[in-house]
Unconditional design. Structure first.
Lengths: 394, 92
């Protein structure tokens, strides 16, 4: 099954996070500068007073003089959307976002994990968070899943089987089918206002009259194609991965490996003195599964102690032994002024000298020549199982 | 495997410390070593066995010897009884 999680009016919701009081008042997303003056998504109160999304600005203000226009905040929306996608990925869904506020994923893999389709979709809605009023739809085809999510109420799950697909799509408004506004207007003039009416027309005639866009819309009205959903590749600016020769379950060992990865990552030249806003730790588990936790820091930092304190405790949540540990700098920020230390921390001078010494060794012997010994099982009777050496290039 | 860390991501493989190294050992009938890597054994200091992971597909059965060679060097050798060959090992 293909599932779609939809958050209608996402940009407005994201913009309203800074002024939550407006959510209960008549408000609409203002049109972006330099674009056609059409209002964006509207609040429930504005809708009650007669304002519709896509209405001309003048008409909307005439209909509802007390309408509050909320400035667009695309960066905040993007960030909030990325957080939602990450939350879904953290719960095991391989997401394929289709613009802000709408995301698809295959349910086949996660159904077994959560004990059925409905449980998996409930988990997805929970991962998104009730504050966003998400809704979910599932079907064998992508467009049908989107249509189901559109029809569902906030927090509701709607599953449409392939047998009942035509019956389900037929009464839905034509606005659900993506197509050029000109084509839609043309169809309206011809009296075609429902998905079922479009689906009932002969394909060749639609193609001749409305061109390839119309033909595509006709195909969607009949349910769309059976196509697989491919999960996106999560963005990772800089990462380091450590492979273990055998699965490691010991938390102490994992912590040491995490610290070694963190120090190497912080020393990477690509970081270019930028500060870390978001960092993620992921692991490949024994048995083929994976695990991922990410942390967004309130104040961007490069202090190893703070990063360790933020992410280190998450290692205790690992559900199975680890074959590979990966640390990613997901989001970096520019330097925005930091208070320097008045008195350097104890041992700081020695640390600097040691790093300089190691740098010189590496310069003369090459990358991979400096390693750190990480104890894995110091109690083991097998000498080679007691410790690992981890390459360090910091 | 160590990749160049200049790429956006680097994958490093951790290695094992104190991996056993193959050794040429001559032994008596009772299994105690006489020569290690062509150097005569002056003194046999200790002997012990390690039997572990017998429940896995890679069981371990080793007979360890700590010896002093005639050159004065200390060495730890073991006979892998699963594979019937000799190794030297540090950190044992």
């Amino acid at each position: 099954m293909i599932a779609c999680v939809l958050i209608p009016g996402f940009e407005l919701r994201a913009a309203l996070r800074k002024q939550p009081g407006l959510a209960l008042r008549p408000a609409a997303l203002a049109p972006a500068a330099g674009t056609e003056p059409l209002v964006g998504p509207v609040t429930a109160e504005a809708e009650r007073l007669g304002v519709r999304p896509g209405m001309r600005l003048g008409e909307a203000l005439a209909t509802c003089p007390q309408l509050i226009l909320v400035e667009q905040d695309p960066a905040a929306a993007e960030q909030a959307w990325e957080e939602i996608l990450r939350a879904l990925e953290d719960s095991g869904f391989a997401v394929d976002p289709a613009g802000v506020g709408s995301v698809y994923f295959e349910t086949r893999g996660v159904e077994r994990l959560y004990g059925g389709l409905e449980a998996a979709l409930r988990r997805a809605l929970a991962a998104v968070g009730t504050a966003w009023d998400p809704r979910a739809g599932a079907a064998q085809r992508r467009f049908a899943a989107l249509a189901a999510a559109n029809v569902a109420r906030p927090g509701q799950i709607l599953v449409v089987s392939d047998e009942r697909l035509q019956e389900f799509l037929a009464p839905l408004p034509l606005e659900l089918v993506p197509m050029e506004p000109r084509r839609r207007a043309e169809l309206h003039e011809l009296g075609v206002k429902r998905v079922g009416q479009l689906a009932g027309l002969p394909g060749a005639a639609v193609a001749e009259r409305l061109g390839p866009d119309g033909r595509r819309a006709w195909g969607l009205a009949r349910g769309g194609k059976h196509a697989r959903v491919r999960g996106r590749r999560p963005p990772a600016e800089i990462f380091e991965t450590l492979e273990f020769p055998e699965a490691v379950a010991n938390e102490l060992t994992l912590r040491r490996a995490f610290v070694a990865l963190l120090e190497t990552l912080l020393a990477r030249p690509e970081r270019a003195d930028r500060f870390i806003r978001k960092i993620a730790l992921s692991a490949r588990l024994v048995g083929g599964g994976s695990w991922r936790r990410s942390v967004t820091l309130r104040d961007a930092t490069t202090e190893p102690a703070r990063l360790k304190a933020a992410l280190g405790p998450k290692l205790a949540e690992l559900p199975a032994p680890v074959l590979e540990l990966r640390l990613e700098l997901v989001e970096l920020t520019e330097h925005d002024g930091q208070q320097l230390e008045l008195v350097p921390a104890a041992g700081g001078e020695l640390d600097v000298r040691l790093r300089e010494g190691l740098r010189q060794v590496r310069a003369s012997t090459g990358s991979g020549s400096v390693n750190q010994v990480v104890e894995v099982a110091p109690w083991s009777r097998i000498p080679e199982a007691r410790a690992l050496f981890v390459p360090r290039d910091d | 495997m160590v990749t160049h860390s200049g790429s956006p991501g680097a994958v490093r493989a951790a290695g094992r410390l104190n991996q056993p190294r193959p050794a040429v050992v001559e032994a008596r009938v009772d299994g105690t070593p006489v020569r290690v890597n062509r150097l005569p054994v002056a003194l046999l200091r200790e002997e012990w066995r390690v039997v572990d992971r017998w429940w896995t597909e890679e069981p371990i059965a080793r007979r360890y010897f700590e010896v002093v060679l005639q050159s004065g060097e200390n060495a730890v050798v073991f006979r892998d009884e699963e594979r019937s060959c000799w190794f030297t090992q540090k950190g044992a």
